[in-house]
Write a protein that binds this ligand. Sequence first.
Ligand code: NAD
Length: 504
Amino acid sequence: MTTVQEVKTLTHFIGGKLIDGKSGRFGSVFNPTTGKVIAKVPLANAEETREAIEKAQVAFPQWRDTSVSKRAEIVLRFRNLITENIEELLQIICTESGKTLEDAKGEITRGLESVDLAIGAPQLMKGEYSVNVGGQINAYSAKYPLGVVAAISPFNFPIMVPLAQTSMAIAVGNAVVLKASERVPMTALYVSELWKKAGLPDGIWTVVNGDKDVVNELLENPAVQAISFVGSTPVAKYIYETGAKYGKRVTALGGGKNNMVVMPDADLEQVANAFIGAAYGAASQRCMAISTIMPVGKETADQLVEILREKIANLKVGSYTNPETDFGPVISQQSKEAIIAAINRGEAEGATVVCDGRDLDIVKESEGFFVGPTLLDNVKPGMEIYEQEIFGPARNVVRVDSLEEAIQLINRHELGNGVTIFTNDGLAARKFTTEIDVGMVGVNVPIPIPVGYHNFAGFKGSRFGEGHMFGPDQARFFTKTKTISERWMTGHTTSTFAFLSNND
Ligand code: NAD
């Protein structure tokens, strides 16, 4: 049993200070590896959120008017502080999310890519200029920050997603209010301290912890100009529709159901290794995790399933404190139960269980939220396990007869985040990349996550709104473009006129 003394009470970060919650409502933060409560997170009400937004609003003009190179310098200092404090950050991330050290390191590295891009804000803020567009008229377009902008984050990347949502927003001159996931709030609070140490003015970075009460205030408050949301598809849709109703600029990234298509000419050993990491890494709690492997042709499928059976049996599920661990627990007991229930229904609907993650001792005996690696063969469209995003290590084999069939199935699915094909045939790869209706596409790569200086987003139900996470599009999303046409007439009206040319 957890004693009250062991459980830390967390705060918000408002106006540059750690501030206690006032609502009287708290959520439990678990260590998913032990199943124990490690902290209580305050769940802010609308009034507390409003106060935080007001502080951000007051801080904004001075930050907007700070030179872009000075802003970039502070972002660079923040970047250095992340790397200097990486050990502490890793501990916090692993404790509250359960992911392995390697995975947490990878997450920080990817998050830093977006900070690096934000350091280049002076370049991305550059506008356009045309001379002589009319009689003595010059025209230019310049980018201005929006004001107070909000980010709402999911649990599965406690640092990478918030960094990708906010670094550019800050660098281009906005004041950011982050609502971190209430399941992993400790990382965001630690990041707040790093921003403070980097010299970011109070009020430019705010963390309001909480649940939908905070989100609804962010959506409705007229001072909030833009919302960057990352999370599940139903919530993403709600955020997009509600944000639009209140006149906000919204990008809302949703869930994924990502396929790996395997052509008969692919090296199956290589494919299997790629699948194992891309499908089960981080206990499959990645929006870009491969959910479904789609071998083309019976022979490819039969061989692949046998190779996978052997490799999956060798995967080690356990605590991040053990360096041998391949992946850790899922985020909560509810999540564990939901994944096991989805496997049960998949089996009842006719899928063949090739590897059964429900059977491991650690799944049955530990109080941590473990689910073992599961592979279901003969999964078909219409089955729940095919249609729904299962955010845990239950993965599918969908057998198809042709590349054409694979493309049609993938294009018909509601979600379109990531997809990849393994083949040695250039024509097959070209057909695939041309015809597939998915936002991020790979050829012979396990997970096609773009590097931080390319735009990141899915299609269809995986993204609502036109913005991207990561990439140069962030600078566009978090700025507004003003176009100015300017004429300075010659005449006797200015006091400097006499000095403009030689007086003969
Ligand atoms: P979630 O949708 O449950 O929560 C995301 C955020 O929304 C949290 O901050 C949460 O507090 C808030 N929220 C939840 N329900 C809400 C409601 N009814 N009203 C208002 N706000 C609400 O997602 P999660 O479980 O934290 O994260 C996992 C999901 O995120 C998966 O679906 C995953 O695919 C997705 N994800 C997508 C991407 C991407 O880039 N597309 C990246 C990471 C995660």
